[in-house]
Design a protein around this ligand. Sequence first.
Ligand SMILES: Cc1cc2nc3c(=O)[nH]c(=O)nc-3n(C[C@H](O)[C@H](O)[C@H](O)COP(=O)(O)OP(=O)(O)OC[C@H]3O[C@@H](n4cnc5c(N)ncnc54)[C@H](O)[C@@H]3O)c2cc1C
Length: 384
Amino acid sequence: MLLARAGISVLAVDRAAFGSDTLSTHFLWPRTTGLLAKWGLLEAVAASGCPPIEQVTADYGPVALKGRPSAVDGTAAMYCPRRTVLDRLLVEAARGAGAEMRDETTFRELLREGSRARGVRLQDKDGNVREVCSRLVVGADGLWSPVARAVGAATDVEHETLTCGYYAYWSGVPTSGVEFYVRQGSDILVFPTHAGLTCIWAGRARGAWEAYRGDVEGTYHGILALAPGLAQRVVKGARATPFRGTSKLPNFYRRSAGAGWALVGDAAYHRDPLTGMGIGDAFLGADLLATAVLGGLGDGDARLDDLLDGRLADYQTEFRRRTQPVFDYTVRAAGLADPSSALPLYARIAESAEDTTRFMDVLAGALPFKDFFNPVNLSHLMRR
Ligand SMILES: Cc1cc2nc3c(=O)[nH]c(=O)nc-3n(C[C@H](O)[C@H](O)[C@H](O)COP(=O)(O)OP(=O)(O)OC[C@H]3O[C@@H](n4cnc5c(N)ncnc54)[C@H](O)[C@@H]3O)c2cc1C
């Protein structure tokens, strides 16, 4: 969308049908809605009937913090739109900007000229194969990125999967905005979404996966029982969808720029979903990559390949600089450590609206963890 708006000729393909669902919850912090606003798409999300989220609850058992994070670039809105809605909206915006959008079309192979990517071989749902030449190939093709495999992009920062879990949509479960519950070895994430439904994720430490998948319903409700007030609301509601779950939630950066190619979104960088950053990171990557490409394509002269490759390398550097604090915080949070030693601190934070907002800014990925949880600030908080 961003490149097409700038007049670049763009072909975007997806092997899935546009508007199909994907394995993901879909909470958007202000860092994510801020980019939708910048691109002129936030109003369409609001108009889709998705309830605005006015409050975030971070519940650690005896202590719960309630508030909301600060605005990012003037946008404080939070939503949890179904991916069937959000993804379709993005596809239509790209099409409206002039990009050629083709679904049910699979990337099969990279075309090369020496060591440079020069295009792709695609296959449509009827089996027809088509070759497309291009100055740039972008793999926005998710965690298992076939484009990354084709270019041989290695992962160079890696932590193992730390959590696993299942989610389902419920009707008749009222919420106070989004609700996060953190317990030792478990987490619960509650998101109101379209059509009066509430998406509820119940997560466990990765080591519990075999037991969880052996008894999904029992384990799921066992986790919800750690938050009795929520469990009581769920008992009065009705499950509207099957459970969906995963234990494949690695934490890594992948090399994401090379000769005529780039990776963006989960293909470039994957982190545990419990902090709800993935869509925002994909948007941030798209924004930075589009800026880099526009600065590097020159006038289409292939002699400018070095300029393009340099800009792509800058994109990778800037993307990692911007996301590293959230990555570090996510890996820490995904450890699902016993929160009890931090309860006195959380209680202190909860006494101040200003500190609660700053704490929410950490959760929202807008304030680096170390800028809040450092010895100077912590001793100030405890002495206040
Ligand atoms: C359980 C869970 C909960 C999550 N919750 C949240 C949340 O609350 N908030 C949040 O911000 N993020 C969340 N995320 C993360 C978020 O889903 C991802 O970060 C986001 O979808 C990344 O977008 P993407 O476009 O990079 O990848 P994807 O959404 O995975 O899209 C990749 C696309 O590539 C296509 N593709 C793959 N291979 C090919 C091929 N060979 N040819 C053509 N197309 C291909 C796929 O069909 C797919 O449509 C969650 C993730 C999980 C797993």
